[in-house]
Each structure stands twice: as structure tokens, then as C-alpha cells.
Ligand binder design. Structure first.
Ligand SMILES: Cc1cc2nc3c(=O)[nH]c(=O)nc-3n(C[C@H](O)[C@H](O)[C@H](O)COP(=O)(O)OP(=O)(O)OC[C@H]3O[C@@H](n4cnc5c(N)ncnc54)[C@H](O)[C@@H]3O)c2cc1C
Length: 564
């Protein structure tokens, strides 16, 4: 089974240490049990016990140190970090978040040329420290160009840091807060580290009501020397963007972990509840909602796993991950919301109960599309890839599953962030033509009409500047890429035809839905509207296939329940 089941965790791991980390983490949460988990959530308890567990087992040190800095086996191995991501979110977004912002905080450090700071970070990791990424500012949101945090050069060659950061996770406890700013004299960008314990570091408040500490902090004449500077100028800018390129990928796993746990709870509730002398799962609409939720969740996982392969295979000559990672961010996380919506419609009042995981899931799933660049920001980004994706493919060697135990060097040497529009992709038709299933075939026809419309009824200059118009077109483009990588991965994960075709049943409907949205755009032309109508299709109906997938979902009943 492709879904995580912590009580039967028998995944492939290339080494014993990786397996041990995952099993120990599962055991930590199961021993605490659901009541403890929920009580801490309710009381917004800082997760010192979890961080203590991480420290005692040197887990972040093993998973997040590059070779040469950490212990012999330490490596940043995306394959196993995916697993860890998923497990943490399965138990609670707050545990995932402290790990995630440590990843972000470490990004500019491992990308830096400052060896002393790297050695310091490795030592702190081994001592159980957490890290923070101080990019956002209250007044500027997504507009990082407007950063106001500044470093003012002093006569003695040192600097004074002044300014405020907002929404910075872990900034209450991180001895190295990677802080992004500008030089006061030249306005060039700079990344430096600040220590939360310094007297000129003003930890103003936690801006959220949660177990996390998402800080507003200020630096008042905070002294900085070259020793604390990670990068300057273009390098600092690239470090910010390249860190987010990596970090945003993890948000998909957070959604997958949350949805998986919520699905177990939902099916085990509905399949055992009797109304009008029948089980809730006997209702046809309930079956439909479960089948959609399950297929969408499997699709989320297949895509996110495949995107990891491209991330691991990336090089300066192969930057395809720069399209796939934002799609993980915008698509997988919004699909996560859809999965929870479907499940919540089934379990209804139960989803509010304080002793359910679901109640947390319903709240937390909303965060993922909004953090590290909103859905809009990521669609605006991927649109740049669309012309080359559809009309200018390039041959690449076939890419296998990348689950070998190795450090992913390239993530910390991604090079310049420019030239996105020049990146080429392998021909998406290769994946689509390798499969002959009714709904995949309908989807292929939809893609072809969409592609033709881009040529024959291309967006006008004004439409290209209209973000609202582009967002809908971007959703349609993202769906094509999404389906492609899912087909590529279906083979590796031996997804049977029934399930794959049912996934594309959803995609045919989604493509139709977005096409109708494009039709309704105020600026759509009669020719564009005609193409939109042609794209709207009904999925291929197959009662046997649908029932076989429903049986797979129903089989999840009572399969997993967290210890009380
Ligand atoms: C719980 C939490 C934890 C966080 N942790 C961290 C952290 O550890 N470190 C950190 O640095 N930040 C962190 N953030 C900040 C987070 O990354 C930002 O909230 C996010 O990037 C979006 O900024 P904003 O919410 O201020 O939206 P705004 O930037 O105010 O955006 C407003 C609207 O404009 C749209 N928009 C903006 N720019 C564009 C564009 N170019 N194209 C299309 N639409 C656009 C947005 O989609 C949105 O709808 C955190 C935030 C929260 C809530």
C-alpha cells in the first residue's frame, strides 16, 4: 500500500540507521498517544519533549548535516527526509513546522562560503539546536525586494543590524537565526546569523496562538562582524530563493501526512456508524467522496515522490525541479484541502470533536497553500515555464527512482536563480502515450485542445498581464504536469490500472472545471471560449473499476488508529 501506516511501517530503507530514525519517531508519538497529542495542541504547549527526543537521538543532526560536517553517516538525503516529513505531519503540523523552519534556516548556512559558520551549525545540530529563517517582514509579505532589515557599516569594519522580522518560526530558540537584510550603504542584499540569546535581540512576541513560536523579533544595534555574515549581494539573494526552492517542496509532504491520518480516522468512523439501519459508507455519495479523497491523496503522493527524483537528479544542466517543486507547493497543498473537505463532509460533526486528530487536520491543512509563497505566487512562477514545456521539449536520459542513500549536494549549489524561461523539459507526451486507459485517453484529448488553444487563440498582451486570467490558465498547465509525473511514477510504485484510471477520472473533471473558469474570465474571446467548451468532457464511467477502488478505500477501515 502506498499510504503511510505507522503500525505496519515496512518501507524500503537503504540503511538501518534511516529505518531506525523513522521507527523511533513513530514510537515516540505512539507512546505519547492521541490524548497527550491533543492536550498539548489544546493548551498550546511548546514541544520541548519532542525537541528533547530529537536531541537525544541526534535526529536533525543525522538528517540535515552535509558529509564532512556531521557524523560519518550524516547526509541531506531527500528520499529519507521525505519519509520524515510525512511522519511528522501525520502526527501534527507543529512538529513538522519546527523541522521545516530548521531546514529553511540551514539553507543559507549550507549554501554559504563561511566555513566557520557551517562548522558552528553542525556542532549546534549535534547538540540538538533548532534553526530559523528570518526572511519575511511584517510590512512587505511576498515582496522580498522591499526588505528593510539593514546592516550599517561601522568605522572599525563591523556592522550594526537594525530592523524587524515577522512570522519567523523557531526564532525564540534558534542560536543561529539566518536573517535576510540589506546593506545600509549600498542596498546590496545580505544574509547573516543572529542569536536569540543576545541582549540586542528583542523577541517581541509569538504572532500565532499555537504550539509553534512564530516570532516577531527586532534587532536593535545588534553587533555583527564578518564572522556572522553568510553571504552578500547576488549570493545572498540566490541563497534566499534557492532555500525556498527546496523548502517549499516539503509543504506537499505536510499535506500528505495530515490527509493520510485524517483518512484513517474518517473511514474508521463512517464505516462503523449506522444510520437508518445501514452503514454511513453504504450511501452512494459517501462512497463517492471517499473514492475521490483516496484517489486524490494517492495522486498527491505519487507526484510528490516523483518530484523528489527530479530534485535529486538536478544539476546546472537539468533544472526541471524548478517547475515541479512549485507545483508540489501549489497543487499538492490545495489538493490536500480538497481531501479534507471531502472527508469532513462525510464525518460532519465528528470533525469538531476535541479528541480527534481530524479537528487539528481541518485547521492545519489550510496553512500549507498559504505559506512559503501563496498559491498565486507559485502559479505566477510556473507560468514562465509553459511555452518551453508545451512547444520546445528536449531529450533527457530516462530518470529512475532516486532512492539511493546519498547526500544531495546540488541543493546547496543551485547556482543563479535567473533564466527560468530558458529551462527545457522532456516531452510530456512520452508519459501520456505509455498508458492506454479510458480516462487517461480523454485527458490526453483535453491537453491537446488546450495546447492548440495556446497556439490558435493565444492570450493577448492584456491577458498575459492579468494575473487572474493567468491563474486559471496556470491551474490547467499545472494539471498537465501533475498527470505526467503521476504516470511516470505509477510504473515504479506498481499502481494498478483501476486506481490510475480513477485518478484520471478526477483530472478529467478538474480540467473541465478549470476550463469553465477560463470560459467565464471577463476577457476571454469567442475563440478562446469555443476552445474552453471543447475541453469540457465527462470522465469514462466504469462501475466495476469504481467499485474496485471503493473496496480499496473501505479496506482502510480500522487499519490504523493512534494509541489512546
Ligand atoms: C504560521 C506562519 C509561519 C511562517 N513562517 C515563516 C518563517 O519561518 N520564515 C519566514 O521568512 N516567513 C514565514 N512566514 C511568512 C509566510 O511565508 C508569508 O506569510 C507568505 O510568504 C505570504 O506572505 P503574506 O501572507 O504576508 O501575503 P502578502 O505578501 O501580503 O500577499 C497578499 C496577497 O497578494 C498575493 N501576491 C503577492 N505577491 C504576488 C505575486 N508576485 N503574484 C501573485 N500574487 C501575489 C498573495 O497571493 C496574497 O493573496 C510564516 C507565516 C505564517 C502565517
Amino acid at each position: 500500500m502506498i499510504l503511510l501506516n505507522p503500525k505496519a511501517h515496512n518501507r524500503y530503507y537503504p540503511d538501518d540507521e534511516s529505518r531506525e530514525i523513522m521507527l523511533k519517531t513513530i514510537a515516540f508519538f505512539e507512546q505519547r498517544g492521541k490524548s497527550g497529542l491533543k492536550a498539548d495542541d489544546r493548551d498550546r504547549v511548546w514541544y520541548a519533549d519532542f525537541l528533547n527526543f530529537i536531541k537525544e537521538n541526534e535526529i536533525f543532526a543525522k538528517l540535515l548535516s552535509p558529509p564532512g560536517y556531521g557524523d560519518d553517516n550524516a547526509r541531506w538525503d531527500t528520499w529519507r527526509n521525505c519519509e520524515f516529513n510525512e511522519i511528522l505531519a501525520f502526527y501534527g503540523l507543529c512538529y513538522w513546522y519546527t523541522w521545516q523552519v530548521s531546514i529553511l534556516g540551514l539553507g543559507p548556512i549550507w549554501m554559504s562560503m563561511n566555513e566557520n559558520l557551517k562548522t558552528k551549525a553542525a556542532r549546534l545540530l549535534k547538540d540538538g539546536a533548532i534553526f530559523a529563517f528570518g526572511l519575511s517582514e511584517r510590512a512587505h509579505g511576498a515582496d522580498v525586494y522591499a526588505t528593510e532589515m539593514s546592516l550599517t557599516p561601522q568605522a572599525d569594519g563591523t556592522y550594526l543590524a537594525n530592523g524587524e522580522k515577522y512570522y519567523i518560526g523557531n526564532a525564540n530558540k534558534a542560536p543561529m537565526v539566518s536573517t535576510f537584510g540589506k546593506m545600509a550603504d549600498t542596498s546590496e542584499y545580505v544574509f547573516f546569523t543572529a542569536d536569540y540569546r543576545h541582549k540586542n535581540y528583542d523577541l517581541i512576541r509569538n504572532v500565532t496562538e499555537s504550539q509553534n513560536y512564530v516570532a516577531q523579533y527586532a534587532l536593535h544595534d545588534y553587533p555583527i562582524t564578518d564572522e556572522e555574515i553568510l553571504s552578500k549581494g547576488q549570493e545572498a539573494w540566490d541563497a534566499a530563493l534557492n532555500t525556498v526552492n527546496v523548502g517549499k517542496y516539503n509543504l506537499g509532504w505536510a499535506s500528505i501526512g495530515i490527509c493520510t491520518h485524517a483518512l484513517y480516522e474518517a473511514i474508521s468512523h463512517a464505516a462503523n456508524r449506522r444510520l437508518y439501519n445501514m452503514f454511513v459508507t453504504d450511501f452512494s455519495h459517501v462512497q463517492k467522496m471517499f473514492v475521490d479523497a483516496y484517489t486524490r491523496l494517492v495522486a498527491m503522493k505519487l507526484f510528490t515522490l516523483r518530484a523528489a527524483d527530479y530534485q535529486r537528479a538536478a544539476s546546472l544542466d537539468d533544472r526541471r525541479y524548478l517547475l515541479y517543486n512549485p507545483i508540489v507547493k501549489m497543487k499538492v497543498t490545495t489538493q490536500g484541502e480538497e481531501v479534507i473537505n471531502l472527508l469532513w463532509d462525510v464525518i460532519a460533526a465528528k470533525g469538531f470533536e476535541k479528541d480527534t486528530y481530524f479537528e487539528m487536520a481541518a485547521r492545519d491543512i489550510r496553512a500549507l497553500p498559504k505559506l512559503e509563497g501563496t498559491v498565486h505566487v507559485n502559479i505566477a512562477l510556473i507560468i514562465k515555464f509553459m511555452p518551453n514545456f508545451f512547444f520546445n521539449p528536449k531529450e533527457y536520459p530516462a530518470l529512475l527512482k532516486m532512492d539511493d542513500p546519498r547526500h544531495d549536494y546540488f541543493l546547496f549549489n543551485q547556482g543563479p536563480t535567473r533564466g527560468l524561461g530558458k529551462i527545457q523539459f522532456h516531452d510530456f507526451n512520452l508519459a501520456y502515450s505509455s498508458v492506454n486507459l479510458p480516462n487517461v485517453n480523454i485527458f490526453k484529448e483535453q491537453i491537446e485542445i488546450f495546447r492548440e488553444s495556446l497556439l490558435m487563440a493565444s492570450p493577448s498582451e492584456a491577458q498575459r498581464k492579468d494575473i487572474d486570467f493567468l491563474l486559471t490558465a496556470g491551474e490547467m498547465f499545472a494539471l498537465v504536469v501533475y498527470g505526467q509525473l503521476i504516470l511516470e511514477n505509477a510504473e515504479f510504485y506498481k499502481i494498478e490500472d483501476d486506481l490510475l484510471d480513477q485518478i484520471f477520472d478526477c483530472f478529467v473533471r478538474d480540467f473541465s472545471k478549470f476550463s469553465l473558469e477560463l470560459y467565464h474570465q471577463p476577457s476571454s474571446t469567442p475563440q478562446q471560449m469555443e476552445y474552453c467548451l471543447k475541453i469540457i468532457r465527462k470522465p469514462a464511467v466504469d462501475e466495476r473499476r469504481y467499485q474496485s477502488v471503493w473496496e480499496q478505500v473501505h479496506a482502510l477501515n480500522n487499519l490504523y488508529e493512534m494509541n489512546p
